[in-house]
Ligand binder design. Sequence first.
Ligand code: FE2
Length: 166
Amino acid sequence: MRGERQLRTKVAHEPPAPHMEGRKPLEARRPALVMRHVHENKLALCVALEAVADALPESVCRAECLRIASLLVPLLREAHAYEDDVIFPAYAAAAPDADLTIQRLRVEHVEDESFADEVTEILLAVGHGEPIANAEAMGFMLRGLFETLRRHIAFEREHVLPAILG
Ligand SMILES: [Fe+2]
């Protein structure tokens, strides 16, 4: 017990570990950590969309189409709302010349949600057993969406996250 108290006292007075020096406290880093987590979820959906595109037309798993259809738009809406409310204000504060970039990212959010709506309709139709009339067009749409999402995420990882992490 005494040893434990001594240890606590010692830890409390020690300087931060070298890898923590200069880093913001956890609370200040939370938005960036949430954004990283959201990016991981979005990238997982991109992998799932790519797997469907690769399986077209014969090997498509219809249950997987329904699963993706149920997640895609809600995930994007939630992610974009968080970026609007928390991430972009933090980015604007950290990088005062980022106005045009934020405007472009917001436009991309609207376009991505609209694109995701269209893809969801197709995934729902296939998931409910409708025949795949044009596998090439469907594959083109799926690839268009996940490639766009990956580009958007790559930009945010390269420019937005480092800025808000400070
Ligand atoms: Fe975004």
